[in-house]
Write a protein that binds this ligand. Sequence first.
Ligand code: NDP
Length: 501
Amino acid sequence: MEPDKCCESGCIPCERDSDGQEPLDLCNYIGGEFVCPMGDEWMNVLEPATGHRFARVPLSGEADVGDAVRAARMAQPAWGALSHSERADWLDRIADALEARYEEIATLESRDTGKPISLARDVDAQRSVSNFRFFAGMLREHEQEVFEMSSATNYVVNKPVGVGALITPWNLPLYLLSWKVAPAIGMGNTVVCKPSELTPMTADLLMRVIDEVDLPAGVVNLVHGDGVGAGAPLVAHSDVDLVSFTGGTATGEKVAASAAPVFKKLSLELGGKNASIVFADCDMDATVAGVVRAGFLNQGQVCLCGSRILVEESIYDGFRDRFVDAVEAMRVGDPSDEATDLGALISRQHLEKVQGYVELAKEEGGSLLSGGVPCMPAEFEHGNWMAPTVIEGLSPNSRCSTEEIFGPVVTLHPFSSEEEAVAIANNTRYGLAGSVWTGNLEKGKRVSEAIDTGMVWVNTWLHRDLRVPFGGVKDSGVGREGGKWSLGFFSEAMNVCVKHD
Ligand code: NDP
């Protein structure tokens, strides 16, 4: 069924927006059908840049989740019985159909999240397509592992786990959802997705694509809704075998508590408070550009963002001045404008949280070098705007220097030795990522390996190879996804040992 037929059927009261446009009411996608939620609770989807409503999303409940899990369970045996290369062909069909909607993905993602259109094209749309293509390629290349003994041969069978719950946040909606869906179904699982209700538009688009390519019914299901009403019952459902969760650390704790007692397979990709470490021997121009990008991409709302910038004492003043100049040269503005560098923050509530940290920074003794509220044209007066903010003078132990802010706010800290830089970098409960900027690659590697995180870049940031392990340590998560780690997580490795005659 086409999504809009749901409205035509009269089961959803279609209101008219103030501009006379009919709001788009999203539907769940269960068992190959776009279906109305059982209840009648809805939430407005607002554009972060303007505050205008542009869709409504159902707040589904336990019964909707139950239907979706049932559909996934019914579809799993036939889907799991296909070969890797047959499933790879399906992933490629989805990639082709997504690629045909490249511009639609970018536009929807930019409107839904407030991010600049250039970023939505280059990162969100591009990666959503390449996630499906990449895992299709990996499946085709996947070779069975064999371990010979003098008296027997062992081989490894990667069986599907069963039904997966895939839960994703609002900052990179389709990018992260496709990062989970592709390897999960590629390995023969069937899935129920629960995207953030703040940014449901491209998850809906993915379901339309999946419907269009005629993926067997029930292989991919989607339930819209919030964490409490839909996310929690999905994780807790007794017929869900694995949970792949990306989101905040506090939510991750709840997800782990719900999944652990029944030993569900669990992957948690959580928050970060990453350091960019700048040594005096760095290439100054490239480093300023790289560290600005690491601090403020997507308005600082990327789990990998380098929000603590540690600078070697001898170049601190010079680096700071050039850094602040570069930050102030960034254009905050209309997300649909090609020239915009920073768009709006995701919601009013999140903006207030981030602004609260700026106030806290002042109380903690920090000095604001740049920031404030940007002057925006009237059409954006109800948007969630904040200028990129740079703070210095904070203790590395302060709350603003150790807690995840997840917005366009960075703190600057001088250091006097390699050991001190590493100690400051490790002085947080998080351990997701980091970057080191130096002309001495041996030092770059030495410092990288001393940092307690899942990944570190040297003289670059967010330079992604989809084959490498992705994930964090400490409170940044459990497990790794990416490349063969995703294929491993989304399957059960079984050993068969055959005694030689
Ligand atoms: P949240 O943890 O608030 O939400 C993530 C998802 O979980 C949402 O779909 C949410 O629904 C859902 N959820 C909330 N409560 C529950 C529950 N009890 N059970 C199951 N699901 C639930 O994160 P945000 O959406 O605010 O995203 C920002 C966070 O994500 C940051 O901390 C960021 O660092 C992290 N992140 C980590 C990444 C990584 O790879 N390590 C990548 C990207 C982001 P709802 O929207 O209703 O709350």
